[in-house]
Design a protein around this ligand. Structure first.
Ligand SMILES: [Zn+2]
Ligand SMILES: [Zn+2]
Length: 280
């Protein structure tokens, strides 16, 4: 698998010169299954715009594109109307919300509302792609392999604490495990369900919007500290940790210092940078 970060910023995009190393686009991650060259996308923050452009520029063709959503806060959907492949007539795009069926009535409504004419010039039904809205109650599903691929993909989600709720994703295929866990507020102790979801992952992407000091001031805002991300990684015995969802007030200099501290406590740890790729 290869994970590529197209958006590493939390809350709102930033574009000043002091944010260029880690990037200013909001959450969007691309997962490539190397054997089949198929991609899956996690969240549609502003980073998905570049992802879509790269997808078209390299002439990539894929019968179905999955976009899995952790939740639907602005910073995780804002790029969706700018995802170029969604404007290709009859391109099949599956919008996946695994587990959300327990609390959301209509998934299509989320995107239809986002693009209603008061907010955006193009409406969802005029984009061109054939959308399938997969609002599922279960938190575990096996996706059967394509003809050329013998390996099914097992997707498991876990609901964690965040205003309005959010889900972490665990992707397993052919012995490799990728876990994506963002917008999570652990509270006074680490959420054991998050540790369980991340157990033995080859790569855990976990958010850390705050330092421990900042977190004390931001109780109820829905986020984690660097220390908590490290603790989850250690307890879950993950091979590598990438920290994302950087606060829009944290510039490159600040993040580089935090990264150095994190590496001292967990060797195989990086702070995610836009366009960074991790192969495992
Ligand atoms: Zn967010
Ligand atoms: Zn959120």
């Amino acid at each position: 698998m290869i994970v590529k970060f197209y958006g590493t910023r939390g809350s709102i995009p930033v574009c000043a010169p002091e944010f260029q190393e880690f990037g200013g686009n909001t959450t969007c991650v691309q997962l490539t299954i190397q054997e089949t060259n198929n991609i899956a996308i996690f969240d549609a923050g502003t980073g998905i715009r570049d992802l879509g452009k790269d997808f078209l520029a390299r002439g990539h063709e894929q019968d179905e594109i999955f976009i899995a959503f952790t939740h639907f806060h602005w910073d995780h959907i804002q790029g969706f109307p700018f995802f170029a492949p969604a404007f290709i007539k009859n391109q099949k795009i599956n919008i996946l919300a695994l587990g959300w069926g327990k609390k959301l009535k209509c998934l299509e409504e989320v995107f239809r509302t986002q693009m209603q004419k008061e907010y955006f010039p193009v409406q969802l039904e005029s984009m061109g792609a054939k959308f399938e809205f997969m609002l599922l109650k279960e938190t575990r599903r096996v996706f059967e392999p394509a003809v050329e691929d013998p390996n099914p993909v097992l997707v498991t989600t876990n609901k964690h604490n965040h205003p309005g709720g959010a889900y972490g994703y665990r992707i397993e295929r052919d012995g490799k495990v990728f876990v994506f866990c963002t917008d999570v507020e652990h509270g006074d102790s680490i959420d054991e369900k998050v540790v369980k979801l991340a157990t033995d992952a080859d790569l855990l992407v976990h958010e850390a919007q705050y330092t421990s000091g900042e977190l004390k001031e931001k109780k109820g805002w829905g986020h984690s500290s660097y220390e908590q991300a490290l603790e989850v990684a250690k307890r879950a015995n993950v091979k590598m940790l990438a920290i994302t969802h950087h606060d829009p007030d944290h510039d490159d200099e600040f993040l580089k210092k935090r990264e150095k501290e994190c590496k001292e406590r967990f060797k195989d740890c990086v702070l995610a940078r836009e366009k960074m790729e991790i192969e495992f």
